[in-house]
Structures are given as C-alpha cells and as structure tokens.
Design a protein. Structure first.
Length: 166
C-alpha cells in the first residue's frame, strides 16, 4: 500500500508539473504574439498616419467672402404684370481656391446665376422658405461650376446683400 501511495503522489506531481509547463508555454506564446502585433502596428501604423496627414489638404477655418457685382436683375411676368427681382449676392467659402475660381470664371458664374434666378417662381421667392431654397440652390450651382473646373474646395453659403422684389 505504501508503494501505491508513492506512485499516486508521483503521478500528481508530474501532472502538476506538466500543467505548470503548459501554462508557462501559453503565457510566453501570448506575449510573443502580442509583441509581434504591437510591433507591426507601431512600424506600419506610424507611416500611414503621416502619409494620410500629408495627402489631406488642411481645411481653412476662416471664412472668406466675395461680393458678386453688379447686382442681378431679373424680369418676371405675373398675371400680365411685369415684376422685378434685384439682388446683390455674396459668396462665402473657407477655401481661397474656391473664391479665386469664382472670380476667374465670373462671366460663367453670372450667366448661370441669372439663368437660375429666371427659373424661380416669383411667388415662392416672397416666402422665407423660398429665399432659403434659393440660397441653397445657388450654393449648389456654384459648387457645380467649381467641380466642372476641378477646383478644390466648395462654396459654403450664398448670402443676400440686398433682395428687392416689385
């Protein structure tokens, strides 16, 4: 019986030693994998972030305004009566390249704005919602012109300096 007890204790000791060895091996393996992943992210992650920062142009935060002169005058005929819209517009952007393009392509911009204004409903323009829709439509129109000429940046807003309807 004494021999049986010694054999049982020997098996428990050897199985406990095997368990410890397996646990130590698993910990070493996890540390090695974690180190490998961390090293890879450190080496590859740093370069890609710098490359992305260099490629993306900085977005200016200061608003730039440009007034479109002279005023726009559009004729409407409502119920057989002549009606007029006279408005002065200013363009707002945070990109100098967008303002420079609006200035450089002024004849095209004026022609497109006049065409857009004549397509509007005189009665809708008398409401606040109609004026807001006009501002949004004009900003979209100017952004289309910029996109046609591959200009970086956008027109953020079109503002009315004056808006007279008769």
């Amino acid at each position: 019986m004494a021999e049986a007890e010694q054999v049982a204790e020997g098996e428990e000791a050897s199985s406990g030693g095997n368990k410890k060895l397996i646990i130590i091996f698993a910990i070493v393996l996890l540390v090695a994998i974690g180190g490998s992943v961390a090293g890879t992210l450190f080496l590859l992650g740093g370069e890609s972030e710098e490359a992305v920062e260099e490629e993306a142009p900085p977005v200016p935060t200061k608003a730039i305004y440009h007034e479109l002169r002279p005023a726009f005058v559009v004729n409407y005929v409502i119920s057989g009566k002549p009606r007029y819209l006279q408005t002065e517009l200013s363009v707002m952007s945070r990109y100098p390249s967008a303002i420079e393009a609006v200035i450089a392509h002024a004849p095209l911009v004026r022609a497109r704005v006049l065409s857009f204004l004549t397509d509007q409903s005189f009665t809708e323009l008398q409401t606040e919602d109609g004026k807001r829709a006009l501002q949004e439509g004009l900003a979209g129109l100017l952004n289309e012109v910029l996109a046609e000429h591959d200009i970086e940046g956008t027109v953020e807003n079109v503002l009315f300096s004056s808006f007279v309807m008769q």
